[in-house]
Design a protein. Structure first.
Length: 363
């Protein structure tokens, strides 16, 4: 076992020192693109500044005979594009048991490591997978002469990964966050759904039968049905694992592109549980993620009112007929910190939240 004192020491001679705190950069939407698809690749420069994260996907959705083209395509895009400060460049490499992942890491780190922010690792089973990637990245960073370490993002898409999620979150100072991968996780768990994310109409609770005329339950009468969330437990546990280790949780893909209503509902569920963003597979989902994972004007205005009313944060106050106390203030500070962070790179939100301040001051 390594000494805890060694946790923040580089794993290779000449590698940059690990980060001690993960940068809290906006990442409301992680927008996937296939670098081997010329039409998609051509749109990347125009998307810079409009999305928080652009991710060059090398794994699923890229055919085996297109893997090398996708890898080289990402290198070309990274070299030719100025991503500025408002858009991050991530990649999802191939799975660790694939024949392509080693070439992915060697090529990307040594050729465009200074332009990449995060490497997403699929199908992480346990902390040993992160340790493997951690050591290789340190060696390659030293070879490439990088001055900042690349961060690692794990995808939670196996039962073993779910069982080990706390250890995965704590495995390395490189850990940036974890995303839910619902489709692969469903298959690995042998769940009986073929959907990519979202709920299922068969996963429900039914209201108890109403009493009949004789007072006994009327089992044949109309009974309301309420669809349940397949992913509530998984997301909540993932959020806890991330929160206790200072990293960030994300909802993954929502596969039904046309069902924008259900997509927004699923994203909002994840946001309310503590996720900071979600994947977008189509441009239509970008606006949904931006809307859902940004606090509303009303929430920001309310949080500011509570903060002002609470003063030094002790005792309790009544505001609009509701009790607000120290715990309320802590909740409001989460909203205000997120609003401030997003405002720094999003002029529209900055104006919206400034308007919330004006409205609050006039109230």
């Amino acid at each position: 076992m390594r000494s805890p004192k060694d946790f923040f020491r580089p794993l290779a001679v000449g590698a940059p020192a690990p980060v001690r705190e993960v940068p809290a950069r906006p990442s409301r939407m992680i927008h996937f693109f296939d670098p081997s698809n010329e039409k998609m690749a051509a749109k990347v420069p125009s998307m810079v500044g409009t999305v928080d994260v652009l991710l060059g996907n090398l794994e699923d959705a890229v055919r085996a005979d297109r893997k090398e083209a996708a890898r080289q395509g990402l290198v070309d895009i990274a070299r030719a594009t100025d991503f500025g400060d408002s858009t991050q460049l991530w990649t999802r490499v191939n799975a660790l048991d694939s024949p392509w992942v080693l070439d992915d890491l060697i090529t990307l780190v040594t050729e465009i490591g200074d332009r990449l922010d995060v490497i997403m690792v699929p199908k992480v089973q346990g902390p040993e997978d992160i340790h493997y990637v951690d050591r290789i990245l340190a060696q390659l960073e030293a070879r490439a002469g990088l001055t900042r370490p690349l961060l690692v993002h794990a995808i939670l898409e196996t039962a073993a990964g779910m069982a080990n999620v706390e250890e995965i979150a704590a495995a390395s100072p490189r850990m940036q966050g974890i995303s839910l991968g619902p489709a692969d996780l469903a298959a690995d768990r042998r769940m009986k759904t073929t959907r990519v994310g979202g709920g299922h109409p068969g996963y429900l609770v039914r209201r108890d039968p109403a009493p009949g005329v004789d007072g006994t339950p009327d089992y044949g009468g109309d009974r309301a049905v309420f669809q349940q969330d397949l992913w509530h437990y998984t997301i909540a546990r993932m959020v806890d694992a991330c929160a206790m280790n200072g990293i960030f949780p994300y909802y993954g893909p929502f596969g039904d592109i046309k069902d924008t209503v259900a997509c927004e509902d699923q994203f909002r569920n994840a946001f309310l549980l503590g996720c900071v963003g979600a994947w977008s597979l189509h441009p239509a989902q970008i606006a949904i993620a931006k809307k859902v994972f940004s606090p509303s004007r009303q929430d920001v205005a309310h949080a500011r009112r509570v903060k002002a009313a609470m003063g030094d944060g002790t005792a309790a106050v009544m505001l609009d007929g509701k009790m607000e106390d120290d715990a309320s203030l802590k909740q409001c500070l989460v909203i205000l910190e997120l609003a401030e962070r997003l405002s720094a790179t999003d002029p529209e939100l900055a104006a919206l939240y400034a308007d919330a301040s004006a409205a609050e001051g006039g109230a």
